[in-house]
Write a protein that binds this ligand. Structure first.
Ligand code: IPM
Ligand code: MG
Length: 357
């Protein structure tokens, strides 16, 4: 198959880890007889430096013209003092909105080879951790209007609006139930319906949508309880369905439990058009350019791109198996290093995966 993939290497370690991800995609194309064309576009700090804005129109066009978008990471201290609308994060929020990427899948699982890195007590970890935080990505406090700051009665105030429409909730609930059907058939919807009107609507629509999925078990948790249950016993979760702000927080919590943030991929998809695939971790400016970064989350994001973005299941599985084999053979970057293993840099780790592919 012929496919076009738009690359957004971004900032910090972005270009290094992306190079390894692209090598894997190229090797996959060769092995399975596909032809991938890579286009390049600027996002975040790299775009600010080159064109004065975090999301140039040319980047949106390049992404829209592709079959899938592959992003590494954006942001860094260099751009921390810019006005809010000019910060690198605005590029990320802007591209999510421009591509209509309302469903963000963030899997958190324990790689058996890295069990020692898990932050949980061994008896809790032994019960397993294999869940997906399914976060709504284009609504909620992030985009709600009105928003702003002003002076009221001589005091500075800031405000944002938490808002969801029923259609926004329904479409993400459908993704949750459909995804659960391919897994352990459990959805836990997380809200704050004991306090918030937005959440009461959320819960109502999730329940209505569930009527079409009787084979999937649905439960509900308040977000504070969910944060606690994630640490107490994450094995109870299969799909955690939640809104943009709760999902932002819970997905960081879920991913760090595994102890290997450098291992976790993510996917953001809409109802039509290309999906966007990126590692969960950030741009790690402190180690940028030193060939120390762990490229495995990016390589696993390439696997998600193959599976969900290009409908290439066999290819995705081949990449995931190559990563597992590389770990089983004892290769580790600094972030996941244990005694008795072989320490490698970013480029070498990428090469070890390629050999196994
Ligand atoms: C994430 C990040 C972003 C978010 C930031 C960088 C805007 O935290 O992808 O989780 O809040 O969505
Ligand atoms: Mg976040």
């Amino acid at each position: 198959m012929k496919k076009t993939i738009c690359l957004l290497p971004g900032d910090g370690i972005g270009p290094e880890i992306m190079a390894q991800g692209v090598n894997v995609l190229e090797a996959c194309a060769k092995k399975f007889g596909h032809q991938f064309t890579f286009t390049h576009a600027l996002l975040g700090g790299a775009a600010i430096d080159a064109c004065g804005e975090p999301l140039p129109a040319a980047t949106v066009q390049a992404c829209q013209a592709a079959d899938a978008v592959f992003l590494a990471a954006v942001g860094g201290p260099k751009w921390d003092n810019l006005a809010p609308q000019l910060r690198p994060e605005r590029g990320l929020l802007g591209i999510r909105k421009a591509l209509g990427l309302f469903a963000n899948l963030r899997p958190a699982m324990l790689f058996p080879e890295l069990a020692g890195a898990c932050l949980l007590r061994p008896d809790i970890a032994a019960k397993g951790l294999d869940l997906i935080v399914l976060r709504e990505l284009t609504g909620d406090l992030y985009y709600g209007e009105p928003r702003g700051r002003e002076v009221r009665d001589g005091q500075r105030v800031g405000y944002n609006t938490m808002i969801y429409s029923e259609e926004e909730v329904r479409r993400i609930a459908v993704v949750a139930f459909e995804t659960a059907r391919k897994r352990r058939k459990k959805v836990c919807s997380v809200d704050k319906s004991n306090v918030l009107e937005t959440s009461r609507l959320w819960k109502e629509i999730v329940e209505e949508t569930h009527a079409s999925y009787p084979d999937v078990a649905l439960s509900h948790l308040y977000v504070d309880n969910a944060a606690m249950q994630l640490v107490r016993d994450p094995s109870q979760f299969d799909i955690i369905l939640t809104g943009n702000i709760f999902g932002d927080i819970l997905s960081d919590e879920a991913s760090v439990l595994t102890g290997s943030l450098g291992m976790l991929p993510s996917a953001s998809v809409g109802s039509t058009g290309p999906g966007l695939f990126e590692p969960v971790h950030g741009s790690a400016p402190d180690i940028a350019g030193q060939d120390k970064a762990n490229p495995l989350a990016t390589i696993l994001s390439a696997a998600m791109l193959l599976r969900l973005g290009l409908d290439m299941e066999g290819e995705a599985t081949a990449v995931e198996q190559a990563v597992r084999q590389t770990l089983a053979d004892g290769f580790r970057t600094a972030d996941i290093m244990e005694s008795g293993k072989t320490l490698v840099g970013c480029t070498a780790m990428g090469s070890r995966v390629l050999e196994r592919l």
